[in-house]
Design a protein around this ligand. Sequence first.
Ligand SMILES: [Zn+2]
Ligand SMILES: [Zn+2]
Length: 344
Amino acid sequence: MRAAVYHGPGDLRVEQIPKPEARPGGALLEVSYCGLCGTDIKTYRRGHHMFTPPCVLGHEVVGRIVEMKDPSPSVSVNEGDLVAVAPYVPCFVCPLCARDRHELCRHKEWIDGGFAEYVSVPAGVLEKGAFRVPDGLDLRVAALAEPLACCLNAVTDSHVRMGDTVLIIGAGPMGLLMLESCRAAGATRLLVSESDECRRAQAERRGAWAVDPGQTDIAAWIKDATCSSGADVVFVCVGAADAVDQAMAAAGPGGVVNVFGGLPGGAMISVDARRVHYDEVTVTGSFGFAPEHFRTALAMLAAGRVDVDGIITHEFSLDDATRAFETAATGKCLKAIIRVGEDG
Ligand SMILES: [Zn+2]
Ligand SMILES: [Zn+2]
């Protein structure tokens, strides 16, 4: 089968590799679409501790189940179904899972990389992480279930409440999905700091008040916008440590700063300890999701509860995967998606 194989930073080749087989209790998925995620792009640019080349990247996968091998009776999808598949499921039994920290489970079961014609879906993922795409939902939109699930996990972790003022630093695809997630959670005031004009326009179209941090003193702006009370929750949706400093300055008493964007190794932040103590500002982070977030994300997309118009800006065929990575790595697009199979 054809697959886009990652051979190391800056080296992605579309080549023939052996077609995987359905494992006992699992399934074989014919991939329709796979979204390009910030993690894929970071890996392509500078490598990633989670991916050892050669390997196939891609974890925002939608496709058709073409074979199932003795599935458990509790599997809710059937052969022939179009499904959105979570890239992993937790073990549900380890101490972290027992504390409901499923996204931190160290014994996750993973699917193969999605930039390939076929993906082997192991038994646990088939049972707990594969969901039928609701009728009428565009498969490209269904592929946003994974990034949206990451945002829902962060919104839950950071306790966004009805009436909250939320600041989002960075309005890339994740920042925009975070904005939609916060609005769905009931946040009333949505503030966005973003240097790119097109991305600011996307945020404003979604009802946010967006400013350019190069032109605006963010701390003074937040003070003004919140009558000096500060933001209830700040999401740092860029991979820059200095943005965390801005977030700390913007958070009000009792506020939460969520470091959501992945940072390179060695990135350090400094925190004013008095703000943590006297103002009870919480600094946290979020990474990944639990199957329940994925299910909810797909349902929200199907119900039109999140506005994803304009988030996917580029579509490439699998043969054009290298160009897709190059385009995404330059930051010239919001979200790119790769069309792999016939159903797309
Ligand atoms: Zn992703
Ligand atoms: Zn676990």
